[in-house]
Write a protein that binds this ligand. Sequence first.
Ligand code: ACM
Length: 674
Amino acid sequence: MKKFGLLLISLAVSFSIAISQQGGSLMPLPKEIKTGSQNLLIDKDFSIVVKGLPADFVYDRADDFLRRLAGRTGLFIQQGRIRPSMNNPANPSMEITVDETGELDLRVDESYSIHITQNLIKLHSKTSIGTLRGLETLIQWLNSDQEGYYFAEAQINDSPRFPWRGLLIDPARHWLPVDVIKRNIDGMAAVKMNVLHLHLTEDQGFRIESKVFPKLHELGGEGMYYTQEQMKDIIRYAADRGIRVVPEFDIPGHATSWLVGYPELATVPGKYSIEREWGVMNPVLDPSKESTYEFLDAFLTEMAGLFPDTYLHIGGDENNGKHWKQSKHIQKFMKEKGIKDNHELQAMFNKRLLEILTKNGKQMVGWDEIQHPDISKNVVIQSWRGQKGLAAAAKAGYSVMLSNGYYIDLIQPASFHYLNDPLPDDLGLTPEQARLVLGGEATMWGEQVTHETIDSRIWPRTAAIAERLWSKSDVRDVQSMYARMDVLSLQLEELGLTHEKNYNMMLRRLCRGKGVQELRTLADVVESVKRYGRNAQSDINALMPYTRFVDATRPDAPVARNFNLSVERLINGGDQNDLENINDLLNNWYANHQNLTKVLDDNPILHEIKPLANNLQAISFLGLQAVKYLQNNEHPPEKWRKYALKICKQAKLPYGETELMVVSGIEKLINSTK
Ligand code: ACM
């Protein structure tokens, strides 16, 4: 066996390779699988019966399952719509048994088992939520050979590692219509996520209708908000897929949009308008006035009635305290009450919020900053600043969940998020403290996305986070994860997600249909700058367009990943296939350049990336030279190597907020000629 093979093979990967030969590709990987040698073949007579005490939505999801199966196989499956006591087949291919309806809450039992033999599939679960998780596993288990489609014999027993597996969506910074939310709920259900955290208020927008204080959405939402009827529809849609909706109303900072209609809530008097820049702003609610709490009591009571989930998020992050510091009446208030600093003042504010929520039967969730000795241990801390904060909160007795390391808006690779564990062995928690770690949430902050691009930032990478939160902690093989994520990515398109198709659509639009192939060859190895690289541009503003080349490009550029992996394998003793793959890709980029130049010249919107294209051509040429040296077993002059590495360094510079992702691979090739 080659050296790279030894390095990559682990228990998890050999397990998943072995099972994928019989069954389909599963993500998240279930807890236990045993496979056999028989197959249940699928034909038009495939049919399902539902037994036990299912919730109504089980019939709908079983029906969806059947239609998805028909869609994937092209078979005209004969069974009619699956409804309670209708269309029940005498000899079903599949039996769904549910012991009890189940209530959708944090501790609901999501376990299920699937038993597949040559003639029958049995899906059993304690609750209806478990049924949904099992149906998603089963549709992924579908496989085919030249004879047709089948489910391979198996016994699967599964349950999640963590009870809180969330995705935060932020329609406040860029408005997202209902259908965007719904298709992402479907994506979440496909990977067994169970909390949709909606960040509904921000400096840049207030996105939920308030009947009590209508100027909140009318002036703060600029016509872009969810009506209460729409929100009820979203909540029902999510619940029918086993997903809780947790709303966030971010206060006392990040709250400019509240002040547009109700400036009397502000610490500093004045007229407020919707914020157009990104970042941490000064406006903040006034915690010293009783009228602020009267307002918040009425508003949060209204929202507590609208959102049925037990948990309600009050934000609490990034209050810079500047307006509190510069305000005479706040300083006087603090002195009178013996409040020593802004953190303590915010803790006092949060205690008042906690009273309001408790009165309404809600449990409070907030970002790290709400942790304070004065705050009850009954709140949940969402850690965005780091593992240390999470550990400290759990040690102090708070329930916690992790978002640090799951910031999918920062365009980091899926592998980075995948290996970020909410509960690593070295966190130093006692078993009792470890039980306080509820899970985590991917956060899709909305600064740099629109309805057109958000899916490509969420998917497929969020599937890697979903696996981290569902599967056992030792399921950590990155190459196995990518292989399964690539399969899943195309399946997610069935649900209406646009992460794959909008890529081609946006590239086509950028070049007005002429030269898409050339432009895609470049885009396939390009990603947006990472972390806060885009926000840091001084002229970035909420009204800028998100239709440029950078917006079309996607995280984890797959061709770059393939190239870099081949290089990695080659220099660790890989074979001729790797060398050929590398050579073909370099040739392709080099040969593409002439036609690509014309495409970029002809479309002014693309001029900003001309230097990027030039750099790709230059480093491809150097890469090809390096391959020649390697093929001939020759060592180039040191002068050449130095020159080549200098050009590579220059090629790392971003243009149009995008960067080439193959530079490090080419550098490694050049270095390996030494
Ligand atoms: C945050 O990213 N400010 C929660």
